[in-house]
Design a protein around this ligand. Structure first.
Ligand SMILES: C[S@@+](CC[C@H](N)C(=O)[O-])C[C@H]1O[C@@H](n2cnc3c(N)ncnc32)[C@H](O)[C@@H]1O
Length: 328
């Protein structure tokens, strides 16, 4: 008789960390360094970084309890690793608790994980029927259903336009409000069907498959639910504040809104004076704290894109902390 597989042998969800080699190369942590993985996910990047930290330490954060459980299985027994359930916007408190005052490397690999996308009950994917949740941290905050069923039409339209870059934002917001007057929106399928009705399926571009009209809508709602752009700004600022001179930060993003924030932040922090050009003498006193290492964002290789379609939209930017100047 065939034996049932034991729970310990149950297949783990497959997760391919993106831009793995590139991330480690740009971060190049010292062997005894302190590394922060602010989006530990399933621990793929952390595991690789640990190979370069024989005498170092890795602090991993994720706001998703499920992700931490998976990461924990891979990393928990390693004495160099400490894992925390936290939003990276709250990094300051985590590091204070650990009495860590400076770190060598910071990694942020933002966005949703394959674990989240592939779990229908999390509501991240319009390809899987599930409740409209979309919270990365399921212990707090408002769900996607709450956003869709309670926000005024104007606010919905603004979110869809700004976070989804959705040209039919107004029509979609109007349709959402009309639909919820009949019955609250509850499932991913209902929302995906609504997007299809309002926007229709666009013609595919040459050599590409047609993008489902719900793609932008789901992105926009997810960004709102998780306050993704706001926490990214806060997380970047705090993380860079803890970097040692010569320490490095690498950020992987999956859409242009996030990439723009990282690009702009690195640019501002790599600039000495931020006064308007018509002011003859600097009055702002701003001093550069970073040196941008990647002029253009680093994309995944053709080979990686072939193996992992998620890598197609990934972009990596890296920067290095400058020593403090006398008057900074
Ligand atoms: C793309 S996955 C990271 C995958 C990971 N690098 C790996 O190799 O397994 C992104 C992870 O970041 C987490 N995340 C996103 N925003 C976060 C935030 N503001 N604070 C903490 N974790 C966050 C998500 O919950 C998700 O698990």
């Amino acid at each position: 008789m065939r034996k049932k597989p034991s729970p310990a042998l149950k297949a783990e969800p497959v997760h391919l960390p993106v831009l793995l080699k590139e991330t480690v190369e740009w971060l190049s942590p010292p062997p005894d360094g302190v590394v922060l993985d602010l989006t530990v996910g399933m621990g793929g990047h952390s595991q690789e970084l640990l190979k370069h930290l024989p005498r170092g330490r890795l602090v991993g954060l994720d706001q998703d309890v499920d992700a931490l459980q998976h990461a924990g299985r891979a990393l928990k027994k390693d004495p160099r690793v400490s894992l925390f359930k936290a939003n990276f916007a709250d990094l300051l408190w985590v590091l204070r608790d650990l009495s860590i005052t400076e770190v060598d490397s910071v990694l942020m690999d933002i966005g949703v994980s394959s674990l989240q996308l592939d779990s229908p009950e999390r509501g991240f994917s319009f390809q899987r029927e599930g409740p409209l949740d979309m919270r990365m941290d399921t212990t707090t905050g408002h769900t996607a259903a709450w956003v869709l069923n309670t926000y005024p039409e104007e606010r919905l339209s603004k979110i869809l336009y700004e976070y989804g870059e959705e040209p039919k934002a107004r029509a979609l917001a109007r349709a959402i409000v009309k639909a919820r007057e009949q019955k609250p929106l509850e499932t991913t399928r209902e929302l995906a069907d609504l997007a299809l009705r309002v926007c229709g399926r666009p013609k595919p571009r040459k050599g590409e498959s047609s993008r489902h009209p719900a793609t932008r809508l789901f992105q926009a709602v997810r960004i709102e639910v998780n306050r993704e752009l706001e926490v990214l700004q806060k997380g970047l600022k705090t993380a860079v504040g803890f970097l040692k001179p010569g320490g490095r930060i690498a950020v992987i993003t999956f859409h242009s809104l996030e990439d723009r924030i990282v690009k702009q932040y690195f640019k501002t922090e790599s600039t000495d004076c931020l006064c308007p050009p018509d002011i003859p003498q600097c009055i702002c006193g701003h001093k550069a704290s970073l040196r941008t290492l990647t002029g253009k964002p680093v994309p995944a290789s053709e080979e990686e894109m072939e193996q992992n379609p998620r890598a197609r939209s990934a972009k990596l930017r890296a920067a290095e902390k400058l020593p403090p100047t006398a008057n900074s």
